[in-house]
Write a protein that binds this ligand. Structure first.
Ligand SMILES: [Zn+2]
Length: 231
């Protein structure tokens, strides 16, 4: 049974283990959430994410003022199951909950007063039709509740229907994203927090940040729920 149908039939149980949820728990119980691999602190997380982007993209140096994330992402672990349910099975409330948690966690490395707006990494409109919502936009909305800053989903557009990045080597990921984005606004705020769900090599956030900078953004910070771990 799909997680979406399961959740629809049994909204009060954990997607991962099927136990009843306690008040305040969303989608996943606190026991399973303890199995998510959280970074020990937000600075260690930022350091790991920046290191990973710079490892894959030498021009990552200087492109981002700061980056932040919350978890390490491994295949076949509870976090993957929950993020999969959020992304492919329509559970957008999980995106909001992850966003609120991420917003609280990253405040000390990306202070709200250091940004003007949040920009979710967009989906191509055909993918948006397929999935019905953009998971990065829901995460951005959750962060925005903490940051009290606007979410500008109108600033960046995905103009090519890119093949999935999963399984592609770094060079192919980069090529897959050449000219993938364009800006659709006449003026771009100076300080942007770019939001995505999972960063693997950083190809997507690098391509999106380059597009925003070419359009006039001065400072780009990036935040994601998780950084894919080497396995
Ligand atoms: Zn559970």
């Amino acid at each position: 049974m799909s997680a979406q149908l399961f959740h629809f039939l049994f909204p009060e149980v954990c997607i991962v283990c099927g136990k009843l949820l306690m008040p305040g728990e969303q989608g996943c119980c606190s026991g399973c959430k303890e199995d998510f691999e959280a970074f020990p602190d937000s600075r260690a997380a930022s350091h790991a994410l920046m290191h990973s982007i710079q490892l894959h993209f030498s021009k990552g140096y200087g492109l981002f003022s700061q980056v932040a994330c919350r978890y390490r992402y491994y295949r076949h672990r509870p976090l993957q199951k929950v993020l999969h349910a959020m992304k492919y099975e329509g559970m957008y409330t999980l995106g909001l909950a992850f966003g609120r948690e991420l917003g609280t966690w990253i405040r000390d490395v990306i202070p709200p007063e250091s940004i003007d707006c949040l920009v979710p990494v967009p989906l191509h409109r055909l993918k948006l039709v397929e999935r019905s919502f953009n998971q990065a936009e829901k995460i951005a909305e959750g962060i925005a509740e903490i940051y009290m800053k606007p979410v500008r989903g109108d600033l960046l557009e995905r103009c090519r229907y890119t093949l999935t990045q999963t399984g592609l080597p770094v060079a192919a990921r980069r090529k897959n994203l050449d000219d993938a984005f364009r800006t659709s606004a006449e003026s771009i705020p100076e300080r942007i927090l770019l939001v995505d769900d999972v960063v693997t090599t950083g190809a997507t956030v690098v391509a999106a940040a380059e597009t925003l900078k070419r359009a006039g953004a001065i400072s780009i910070t990036a935040a994601a729920i998780a950084l894919t771990a080497k396995e």
